[in-house]
Ligand binder design. Structure first.
Ligand code: SIN
Length: 487
């Protein structure tokens, strides 16, 4: 398959080290597949330890100059990059859909979303403030200021190949850090394309380096090399835990955006039509492959039947297919393993007594296409209650009381996003305070936004991305004690 792009040189297959696009030392490559068709769309450099080490050294070499670049200049580079991402939105979206599968309209939305982080942090880079703290004794002043943490390793997933990288790169660069990125091997082309635009935006060589290939070798070098001062990762909880362990030997700072198991609670007093709208966006965005996707639909008994019926009607209107086709709303899952896992979860639920209202199987068009599914009569011993589904499956669980809903919602080790629908202001406060989650959508199914702090509690991770808090993870606070004021 050849991709028709307006700017064909956005399609890079080599890694970026110190401003040079290079092949792997061995010349080995890895295939990148279109999950809709199974076709190979590119062969990327298969890099390992040595290339990663050179990328880290390049980032270190570029650090001093980038750190001391005036904030206004860094802001201008980021703003240029934002403009270029929007200017080339169609090409970036075409690459993203080809390697990841999401519908083209969603891919365009993701480019705008990712660019939004770049714009946000272009502005924030001018607002990295410090503090002056009154000293307990009069002859001193306590002055605090923030500095870039240094070289950062960013490891990003395949489900949002543009936005997740933008959400890490933009604050890192705004703070004055330099970066080595490792995009997922399923979706490296989006990362290369956006970074190619960063070069055009005036971001100097060595400030952003990208390596992909042998994940274990790249990950081991990033987490053990003492030059790297911080690792930011988005992905699964088990991988996050192993990265935290690996970072411990050199006491690196870590930001971890890990798995979720979002409850989507619908109380009897909810506006049901609005809850259905929220459920559709929260559950079926990206074919259910997001960490903040509604995982468990907890519905109060008084509205359970109505909610199930209306949700099924809306789900039946979704169109599954190749993301490049007009009107497709659900693309393929990213690979065979992902599709097999989702199907096995449905089978587990059905064998435990769940009823399939719609879907529940693959589409005839290909092994990675899973029909959007609604399951009722689900129970907490099923995998769909305990595990992150990461697919277009909505399991419904019935509850009676507010207390029971909170207990069910919090009955998980993770705590990223949660949602609930109610019109009772007292309940809104009570439930928001009781939910053990970093993000709470109240009467709202779309919670992701560059202005908002994205991140979880419990085993969903540590740190916040986006918002005014998003720079904290990329800066150190230095304290200067100025004495002898009265001398
Ligand atoms: C994720 O799935 O990790 C991110 C989703 C989002 O930013 O909304």
């Amino acid at each position: 398959m050849t991709l028709q792009l307006n700017k064909p040189d956005l399609l890079k297959t080599q890694c970026l080290i110190d401003g040079q696009w290079v092949s792997s030392d061995s010349g080995d490559t890895l295939d990148v597949m279109n999950p809709a068709t199974g076709e190979t769309i590119g062969q990327i450099a298969r890099c390992g330890t040595a290339e990663t080490r050179r990328a880290i050294e390049a980032a270190d070499k570029a650090l001093k100059s980038w750190q001391s670049t005036p904030a206004n200049t860094r802001a201008t580079c980021l703003r240029n990059w934002y403009n270029l991402m929007l200017q080339h939105q169609d090409d970036l979206a075409a690459i993203l859909t080809a390697e990841m599968g999401k519908p083209l309209s969603e891919a365009k939305g993701e480019i705008a979303y990712g660019a939004g982080y770049v714009e946000w942090f272009a502005e924030e880079s001018k607002r990295i403030y410090g503090d002056v703290i009154p000293a307990p004794d009069g002859d001193k002043r306590i002055i605090c200021f923030r500095q870039a943490v240094g070289v950062v390793g960013c490891i990003t997933p395949w489900n949002f190949p543009n936005a997740m990288l933008a959400r890490k790169l933009a604050p890192a660069l705004a703070a004055g850090c330099t970066v080595v990125c490792k995009p997922a091997n399923e979706t490296p082309l989006s990362a290369y394309a956006m970074v190619a635009l960063a070069e055009d935006a005036g971001i100097p060589p060595g400030v952003i380096n990208v390596v992909s290939g042998v994940t274990s070798e790249i990950g081991a070098e990033i987490t053990s090399n003492p030059i790297v001062k911080k690792v930011s990762f988005t992905g699964s909880t088990p991988v996050g835990k192993s990265l935290i362990e690996a970072c411990a030997s050199t006491v690196k700072r870590t930001s971890m955006e890990l798995g979720g198991n979002a409850p989507f609670i619908v109380f009897d007093d909810a506006d049901i039509d609005s809850a259905i709208d929220g459920a559709m966006i929260s559950k079926f965005r990206n074919a259910g492959q997001t960490c903040v996707c509604a995982n468990r639909m907890l519905v109060q008994e008084g509205v359970y039947e109505e909610f199930a019926k209306k949700l099924t009607e809306r789900v039946n209107a979704l169109r599954v297919g190749d993301g490049r086709e007009a009107d497709v709303t659900i693309g393929p899952l990213v690979n065979d393993k992902a599709a097999n896992n989702v199907i096995s979860m449905v089978e587990d639920a059905v064998s435990g007594g769940a009823k399939v209202l719609t879907g529940g199987e693959r589409e005839a068009s290909g092994p990675r296409f899973v029909k959007p599914t609604v399951l009722t009569e689900c129970t907490s011993d099923m995998r769909v209650f305990k595990d992150e589904i990461f697919g277009p499956v909505a399991p419904l669980f019935k509850f009676s009381t507010e207390e029971q809903a909170i207990q069910m919602a919090n009955d998980t080790e993770v705590g990223l996003a949660s949602y609930f629908y109610s019109r009772d202001i007292g309940r809104i406060w009570r439930v928001s305070e009781a939910l053990e989650y970093g993000i709470i959508g109240v009467n709202e199914g779309a919670v992701s936004n560059p202005a908002a702090p994205f991140g979880g509690v419990k085993e969903s991770g540590q740190g916040r991305e986006g918002s005014k808090y998003g720079l904290d993870d990329y800066t150190e606070i230095k304290y200067m004690c100025l004495g002898g004021i009265n001398a």
